[in-house]
Design a protein around this ligand. Structure first.
Ligand SMILES: Cc1cc2nc3c(=O)[nH]c(=O)nc-3n(C[C@H](O)[C@H](O)[C@H](O)COP(=O)(O)OP(=O)(O)OC[C@H]3O[C@@H](n4cnc5c(N)ncnc54)[C@H](O)[C@@H]3O)c2cc1C
Length: 390
């Protein structure tokens, strides 16, 4: 930033999804003069498309740590959330289709128990008691009672409303075209200045920060009419982790969520390399058949809406939270793939701690963007062809 130009804010955040909203509130609470710039509406990107499952995944220690810390923060936030945020602590029921998946349930149970998280292994009969409408003969499952669900766009709006009460400015209908060196260029030609710029633009983060290794990962969802007695827990097949952590193949996995309205939200699919948001009947059909396999009663249900959204995927499946090497003003809070609702609050906490020089509650290193840029330059010098495949 040129020394002659005065800063408009201490922190300027691009994107009013749940991540940008959470970051804005954390910064405002730390006493920083904060602004959020959003091209569309609050919580209208992936945060409106996603399932809102607040889940602790354990694909790696850093993934677990971020989810776990964030869930603590969600539990602290819950009492003050409006009813329209639809916070519900239904818990997750991971279901095992066969003995191999049951051994994954046992591994997960041991992993969570070692870290002090409650979870309960269920045999075939206990799964049927917990969820009477699931297919008969499942091998068993794992009930994780602390997992919850929310309606993310309402939470994003709530967090920003609180930030606004602390002085945060929200600029809606404004697109940022460039973000670097303490300056944010707007499409209308204006320039806003801040010593800290935060790219929280989700899957579109590379538009403002060219070269960022974020890939769009398309997902389909469907929601039924109201069937209040059909489902009690978020039901996820144990094969879900294979689908979520594959970096190349298109995949579907059964992920069913009972909404407070009595509707059932049906996910999920993953596709790379597609920018078109249109619902694809073939992929939707695959996803629905997977749901139907585990919950045969879906065959009698009306689907009232189908849609898609884009996850922001990084090459190593961890988000990018922290400064960009080479530009001390530019920070990232993106790349949360299928966990950004869950991990938004801990992301914001990490960012605000760094801005204020405070000790973060969990180590920040695993999420620092420097790891990706270092990997990129290694790939570029050692094997250019490999980088092209990322
Ligand atoms: C199908 C699906 C299911 C999911 N299910 C879950 C789940 O159950 N649990 C979970 O934790 N996560 C889930 N996710 C992931 C979660 O939705 C995302 O990780 C999260 O919403 C990311 O939030 P965000 O604020 O980073 O991005 P977004 O919500 O996409 O917000 C980014 C914002 O930036 C704005 N923007 C972009 N570029 C610019 C620009 N140049 N100028 C101004 N504004 C800009 C956009 O308009 C947008 O509003 C799911 C995602 C999908 C697609």
């Amino acid at each position: 930033m040129s020394s002659a130009a005065a800063a408009n804010y201490d922190v300027l955040i691009v994107g009013a999804g749940i991540v940008g909203a959470a970051c804005a509130l954390a910064c405002a609470k730390s006493g920083l003069r904060t602004a959020v710039v959003e091209r569309n509406q609050i919580g209208g990107g992936a945060s409106a498309a996603g399932m809102g499952h607040l889940v602790v995944l354990d694909g790696s220690e850093p993934e677990f740590a971020l989810c776990n810390r964030s869930q603590e923060l969600w539990r602290q936030l819950q009492p003050e959330l409006p009813a329209s945020a639809e916070y519900s602590t239904a818990g997750t029921l991971w279901v095992a289709d066969d003995a191999e998946e049951m051994s994954e349930a046992e591994r997960k149970h041991a992993y969570l128990a070692e870290r002090g998280l409650p979870a309960q292994l269920l045999d075939s009969r206990a799964v049927a008691d917990a969820e009477p409408h699931l297919r008969k003969g499942l091998a068993g499952g794992l009930l994780v009672p602390r997992d919850a669900t929310v309606f993310p766009p309402v939470v994003a709006a709530y967090l920003l409303q609180k930030a606004q009460a602390l002085g945060t400015q929200i600029l809606l209908g404004k697109t940022i075209t460039q973000l670097a060196d303490g300056e944010a260029r707007l499409a209308d030609g204006r320039t806003l200045r801040a010593p800290r710029l935060v790219n929280a633009a989700g899957a579109d983060a590379p538009f403002c920060t060219p070269g960022l290794p974020i890939n769009k990962r398309k997902g389909h969802l469907a929601i039924t009419d109201r069937y209040p007695d059909l489902l009690r827990h978020q039901v996820v097949e144990l094969g879900y982790m294979k689908s979520a952590h594959s970096l190349t193949a298109d995949s579907v996995a059964c992920n069913l969520q009972p909404r407070i309205t009595g509707q059932v939200l049906i996910g999920s699919s993953r596709q790379f390399g597609i920018d078109d948001p249109a619902v694809e009947q073939a992929m939707l059909g695959r996803m629905l058949r997977r749901g139907l396999y585990f919950l045969p009663a879906l065959a009698q249900c009306n689907i009232v809406r189908t849609w898609t959204g884009f996850r922001a995927a990084t090459p190593d499946k961890l988000p990018l939270i922290g400064p960009v090497p080479g530009d001390s003003t530019l920070w990232l809070a993106t790349g949360h793939e299928g966990l950004g609702i869950t991990t938004s609050l801990a992301t914001a906490e990490l960012l605000a701690s760094a801005f204020c020089g405070a000790e973060p509650p969990i180590p920040a290193e695993p999420y620092l963007p420097a790891r990706i840029f270092a990997a990129q330059s290694t790939h570029a010098s050692a094997a250019p062809a490999a980088e092209a495949q990322l």
